[in-house]
Design a protein around this ligand. Sequence first.
Ligand code: ARG
Length: 570
Amino acid sequence: MNILRRLEEQASAAICNTLGVTDAYADVRPTSDERFGDYQINGVLPLARQRRENPRGMAQLVAGKLELSDMCEPPEVAGPGFINLRLRNQWLEKRLGEDAVDQRAGVEPAQVAERVVVDYSSPNVAKAMHVGHLRSTIIGNALCRILRFLGHHVIGDNHLGDWGTQFGLLIVGYRRFADERSLALRPLEELERIYQQVVALADKDPSVAEEARGELRKLQAGDRENRGLWEKFVRITLEENEKIYRRLGVEFDEVLGESAYNERLPGVVEKLLRKGVARESQGAVCVFFDDDPELSEYPFIIQKSDGAFLYSTTDIATLEFRSEHFQPHRVLYVVDSRQSLHFRQFFEVARRMGYDMRLEHIGFGTILGPDGRPIRTREGRAVYLEDLLDEAERRAGEIIRDREDELGGETRRVASGVGIGAVIYADLSQNRLSDYRFDWDKMVSFDGNTGPYLQYALVRTRSLFRKLGVENWQPAGTPLQLEHASELALARDLARFSESFHRAGETFFPHLICDSLYRIARRFSQFWHDCPVLTAAGPLRESRLSLCRLTGAALAVGLQSLGIDTLERM
Ligand code: ARG
């Protein structure tokens, strides 16, 4: 159950009731300090100020109208006019007793199910995926899973960059420089090398650039041979990327590259002109935002003066297609924050065209190396994702080496689950908008806010039931018996897992789930230390086993929603 939501509803009703208004924002938040209770209602203060009334007096009135006596201790008015709420132990005992039998760890589906398109990963053809694509892939995958778990209908779409002027060059480069052996060994890196080589050549020799333009025109006109080469480039890219997706546990519902929208582009420009959204300017077609102070200096070019279409044109055409085919309520674009100007412009154009779905740019920061600058290899090139994942597995393998006897045939699988899980978790546990420093040692450590730490906490709950020989032990669903302070602390965080999960799904910030899981895992570890489970007597033993079960369920639901492997042993 989403406790925060229930409190918000109650607090809003009490405020409305007190003031005789119909909508008020109660602004309920978890307290920053446990001594003040679990939640705090902040909304009274600004309302009282607005109405020039005494905030404390008003808070008293609101507190008197709260109908929360089943759930909370009597509310306390604090400071200049906050209302503090503390969950009642008895309520927690009953609530968690019920949650313990729930596979969903108490996370109920969202009240309204939406259709959501998630545009993510979206690398470009003929370029090996490097660390820059890691974040979009990991964050997008987590959002798809979180939203699905909440009952939304999700369409995950890999908007592959498979069209554009680079293909003329690539065709010329391929004919001149392709090395069949390298193509067979590391095909994508070879394509990338070819591309760099031909770009360098075209820079020096204008006739090469001219030749490339010719090849591009032929490709666009449907020339068989060029078309065949393009298909080969796309196929190689998809096959190579697929290996990475498989390792990361990523599956798309659609892989519709930019080329899928080609035929719509002229129509899109025409429509924008017809609707008066775009106009011609110096031979190009642009949208201007004169009345928007932030965008007025940045026209959105949708057709260049030579007739070429752009990234922007394709995004509009893609939206048109998605709107026709999926009728989404929302589209999430999981793309580097550095593209925020593009998305601001594009969303404004969509609004002017009359699209009413919610479009959101899910931006993210950069991954930094140890020197605090965007991460690079020692030789100064971008870090290939494949190498990064290999290294993660290698390091995890080293750490679990001493457990090889125990793990036996599973060692490799565990190393991969731990290593890759560590990379995923290190990324998701940060607020996605910030840059973060890539730190191998921290990431694969079994201590602290890391993937392995959480995976290990889950393994502990599972091995407990295994040791008892009661893997299928079922809690009775009756109220728990929460006695020890550590037990209560764990219970509180478990009860609040649902609201964190919902918030992550509403704000598209997966780190909120990580925070919650980490709190739960820490509390669990303290509980484990302080409260004997197996030797406890009768109902207390049942109750503690239920807590272990629920901890396991929350960790499993959380990790799976983040796209991280849950292991039986490690
Ligand atoms: N291929 C683009 C890039 O690598 C990202 C595409 C993101 N999606 C979109 N609909 N614009 O920068």
